[in-house]
Design a protein around this ligand. Sequence first.
Ligand code: SME
Length: 151
Amino acid sequence: MSDIQSLVSQQLEALLENENNTVSNLSNAAALIFQNYENINWAGFYIYNTETQVLDLGPFQGKVACMHIQPGTGVVGAAFAHKKSMMVPNVHEFTGHIACDADSNAELVIPIYKNERVYGVIDIDSPELDRFTEIDKNEVEELAQVLAQHI
Ligand code: SME
């Protein structure tokens, strides 16, 4: 990918070069995100299950989390259903927020597009209110584009 700008995207691209095992790649991507962003308590994936039509928990770092999320429910389900990135400064003010980890106060959810559909989402939680910035959003959108080449 020629237009990669952030260091973390370059790291992900290097990590996944010539790798095509989806579980392995999502696992290392979750670890990379968890290590690279300060003050976060959860980073991972929800993957759309085309048979059951729900989002299933994918590889992640952090505390045990909800196994299934309905499209349209919570921040994850909203980002999936509306096909758009969601940056929520205070999850307690988000109607329908799903509290998997009581430590989470802010959340960033980015759709991963693959073959013109939403494959799943990247979900990052922080204990800090208003933790995420436009720069973070742009960076994680870039990570989603890199990942889409390796899943
Ligand atoms: N809080 C999310 C659920 C997933 S956990 O944060 C890992 C939501 O409202 O969709």
